[in-house]
Every structure is written in C-alpha cells, then in structure tokens.
Design a protein around this ligand. Structure first.
Ligand SMILES: [Fe+2]
Length: 339
C-alpha cells in the first residue's frame, strides 16, 4: 500500500492567534463527555454507535495491549468534546479558523477538489490518563448519514470499498494548542498493518488528512500526579478562571487541573467536491442510497465470501459479521510487523 497523503502545519497560526484560541477555549468554559449520539433506527439494536472501535479497544487493551477493567478503559476513552461550529460558527472568534485558507488549500490538494465547504469545528479535551482508541472517523455517503444510520455501518461501508461512487469526501484537520505531557497523535499512513507515526503534541501545529480512511488515535496523556477519576457520561470539564480547570458533576468536584495537564485539540472538517457537478449531486440528493440498498449490496458480498448462507442471521448477528468482515483494526504495537 502506498502512503496516504497528509500535510503538517508548523507553526499553524501567528502566535497571537494561537493564544486567542486558548482564550476561546476558556470562554466556552464547559465541556461534556463524548456521549453516544442516538439515531432513529433500531438495526443492530444493542450495539453501541461505534461498536467496531469499542470492541477493538476493549479486546486489545488499546495500542499497547494494556489489560485493565472495562470500566477503567471506558473512562480512559470518554473524553470531553463540544462543537465550536456546525455549518455556522457557534462561538465568537472561531470564524477565522473555520475558513482558514491553509486548510482549504490543503484539502483541495488532498483530493484534487475544486470546491471545499468547511462544515464542522469541534474541541477535544483529554485529562491525564485519557487516550483515544484507534479508529477511523465516520464517513458520509449520499443518502446515508450518522444522524439516521448506525455509525459502525457507515464505517464498514467505507472499509468494504463497495460504495465509493456514493462517498462524500471529507478532509479533517487536527490542531493542537497548549503543552501537555504525552497524548501523541498516532496514525497509520502506510496502512493498518504497518508501523504508525506518533506526533508529539506541539503548541500551534496541525495535520490535515483523510481520517475516514487512515486509522488514528491518541496515546495516553501522562498520568503523573494522581490516578484519573472514573469519568462517565454526565460529567463536565469546567474552566474556573486563572488557568485552572476541574472535572465534576454538578457541585461535586472529582479532580482539578492546570492548563499544562490538559490535551486540547481543535478538529476541522470540510466536504470536498471534485467539481460543481459533484457538489450538485450531493446538494440535490441525486441517486441517494437507501439503507436497504446498502444492506442488499453487503449481504450479496458476504454470500460471495461465504460469510452468510442462504438464510439470513438475526440483525445483531448480521451486524457483528459486517463489522468483523470489513473493518480490520491495526494490531497492538507489539504485534505490528517490523518495518
Ligand atoms: Fe478521529
């Protein structure tokens, strides 16, 4: 496999603009955990939205194959996340980042795209002891969307390679601000079975790549002073002023942090279209896929591969077969082939 392209930005912004984004992060002030998004449908009921990534993380113990109680592993990966822009800015001061020309140009180069539509900006915050399980992001296809279809199914669609005609290409940039210990950004530009690249967090730098195709994750943020609390849904990371933060639920404070403890990144996502005709096809929903079409194509392929017989298994079993057959996660570090 040839290397998947990526671009790095170092430095990303003028020093003052980078400081402004740290102040914006403080001003936003409250960050919830990355709760499961709900959808309107029950195909594969009982499976988590990212069942694929969760299953792999718990089975493997993360990139370094660490064995821990499931509750602890879930807390490690239950990081804090909020949107700064969704189709439009949601906080003053993010407009410049949303429309940053450096990202727009790199996105055009990544896919040979004429048209780039920036869409989402969100903040990710990890406290010491947290990490982000290796995964690929949820892609998008005409007619298939994360708000109405299971995320694991959309991820499997992309890895199957059977739906490229309908794929909407998305460029993702990740930018880092602040100076935490650990929390390297790890990605696999040469493929899941090759050695990954680990980028240390460096203030005011960024990378742009196709995170829907390239596996990536975040190594553990150094847990030096005290053990990480059992973080779960409903907790918040809150700015207290004067460079200080705390994690808690309501009035209850579980841990206090300074800026240097926190790993703060800002993600940027944009739709990329080869030309105006492709953009129109997406906007006007021409030849949108339906869920039934997707399942028909996958089931036919699974039958060819001998994974499914003439009689279909129950939905949940079919879902687990789809995940197992199409999404092949990188092995833990010790098992990866030497390069
Ligand atoms: Fe990601």
């Amino acid at each position: 496999m040839s290397r998947t392209p990526f671009e790095r930005f170092d430095p990303l912004l003028p020093a003052e603009a980078a400081e402004d984004l740290l102040r914006l992060c403080e001003r936003f002030g409250h960050y919830g955990t990355y709760d499961e998004e709900s959808i309107e449908d029950d195909f594969g009921e009982g499976l988590a939205q990212r069942h694929d990534a969760a299953l792999n993380f718990v089975r493997s113990g993360g990139r370094f194959g660490r064995k821990e109680a499931i509750r602890r592993l879930v807390a490690r990966t239950n990081y804090f996340r909020e949107e700064y822009a969704y189709e439009r800015p949601l906080i003053d001061g993010i407009e410049g980042f949303l429309r940053f020309e450096g990202f727009l140009e790199a996105a055009r180069r990544l896919y040979g795209a004429e048209l780039v539509e920036p869409n989402i900006v969100y903040a990710n915050l990890l406290v010491p002891g947290q990490e982000l399980a290796v995964h690929t992001d949820v892609p998008e296809f005409r007619g298939i969307h994360r708000k109405k279809d299971p995320q694991w199914l959309i991820v499997a669609m992309h890895h199957s390679g059977l739906f490229d005609r309908w794929r909407i290409r998305i460029a993702t940039a990740v930018a880092w601000f602040g100076r935490p210990q650990g929390g390297e950004f790890v990605f696999y530009p040469d493929g899941a079975w090759e050695q990954p690249v680990a980028l240390p967090v460096k203030h005011n730098t960024a990378i742009l790549l196709d995170t829907d195709s390239v596996f990536h994750g975040v190594d553990r943020v150094t847990e030096a002073r005290e053990p990480m609390p059992d973080l779960e849904a409903g907790m918040q990371l809150v700015y207290d002023g004067d460079g200080r933060w705390h994690v808690g639920r309501g009035e209850q404070v579980l841990a206090r942090y300074g800026w240097d403890d926190l790993r703060f990144s800002i993600s940027w996502k944009a739709y990329c279209y080869r030309d105006a005709a492709e953009q129109r096809r997406v906007h006007e929903h021409q030849e949108d896929l339906s869920r039934q079409q997707v399942l028909d194509v996958l089931i036919e392929d699974l039958r060819k591969r001998g994974r499914v017989g003439p009689r279909l298994p129950a939905d949940t079993e079919l879902a687990l077969t789809i995940i197992d057959e199409y999404i092949h996660y990188p092995p833990p570090a010790a098992e990866a082939s030497p390069s």
